[in-house]
Design a protein around this ligand. Sequence first.
Ligand code: URA
Length: 431
Amino acid sequence: MSEAFDAVEIIGAKRDKKELSDPQIDWIINAYTKGVVADEQMSALLMAILLNGMNSREISRWTDAMIASGERMEWSMLDRKTVDKHSTGGVGDKITLPLAPLVAACGGAVPQLSGRGLGHTGGTLDKLESIPGWRASLTNAEMLEVLKSCGAVICAAGAGLAPADKKLYALRDVTGTVQAIPLIASSIMSKKIAEGTSALVLDVKTGSGAFMSDPKKASELARVMVDLGTRAGVKTRALVTAMDVPLGLTAGNALEVRETIEVLAGGGPSDVVELTLVLAREMLDAAGIKPLMDPADALKNGAAMDSWKAMIRAQGGDVDAKLPVAKENISIVADKDGTLSSMDAMSVGIAAWRLGAGRSKQGEKVSFGAGIEIHAKPGAQVKKGDLIYTLHADESDRFARAESALENSFVISQDGSVADRLPLIIEKIEG
Ligand code: URA
């Protein structure tokens, strides 16, 4: 590669709050992906971007350069329209699991490339891997096969998709530069655009358990991502949704698969069902698909469950096998009578992670059975001694640190009051 630019000059320009030109951005992403620019130089640039930002032209070009670092998939051979969903991640956020087969049952094709959990938020692939036999890695040809036969596929992104993001994400993780809107937006959207979906619905989480705890920042992130998708020809819209309280009644891999199956069987917690239905309708509408049936009917009549079973089996999963259960469990109970006033998503996420449901280093094994069952949500009446949580872990020495994360995670009021909560759907942003 010819040395058209100098990394130090580019770092200096962003440090001094100058705009980077298109050729500078193309060069630095390409040179970093190829190992010409060193990690320490890219770290300095990422920190300068975190501190001084990028304008919309720079973000757009940065995203395009990350897409150009790898392959771009396309699905024009399918006779169904493609549509995907991406969540910025939260506690108990298992929505992708029932949503992908539900949208498939209603007539969409969902090519979902998912990730693993890092930190307090769970990863879709870790959850699905708790199903005995299920395989996350597929070739592009296998992905197409599953998509054709089942209408939905959830698998790991191959090494060829946005390799620049793989390097940058790992570097951001260890340099305190994850939380920058231009970097989050370009990271997510480069993968979603390269994945080749023609429509996309983003679920941007906000509240204590989300990346963006401030709803204004979440809204800004959503707007930047919707603009990136729209510019790239993907029909993109975003919902900003609540993550102040955990979603549903479980956090942890196999526990969340169990809850998914309840939803697909027509039951399940009301917040999980509501968000799944809202997102399914948005996805079908964004893609311009006339639904074969209403998503609520597809949950009740078994059509979504049939799509789920087909999708899991197509990737080697045994839908009849027993899900893993952790070896040990303990209970946390109410210490007085009253109304459960609040429950903090971040505390529950950290506790589930400490129980072994998540990993603290890339590559670490997760415990499939570990996690938390939630027995009461805000608004519920509880009596002293009633179960609030059941904690599951494979090693009993994990309980003390999880219990300490949960110490102030819920409040019981004796005057019947309930703390203010974010509405489940806060805002919708369209392209
Ligand atoms: N998910 C991603 O893929 N990238 C980010 O930067 C944040 C969440």
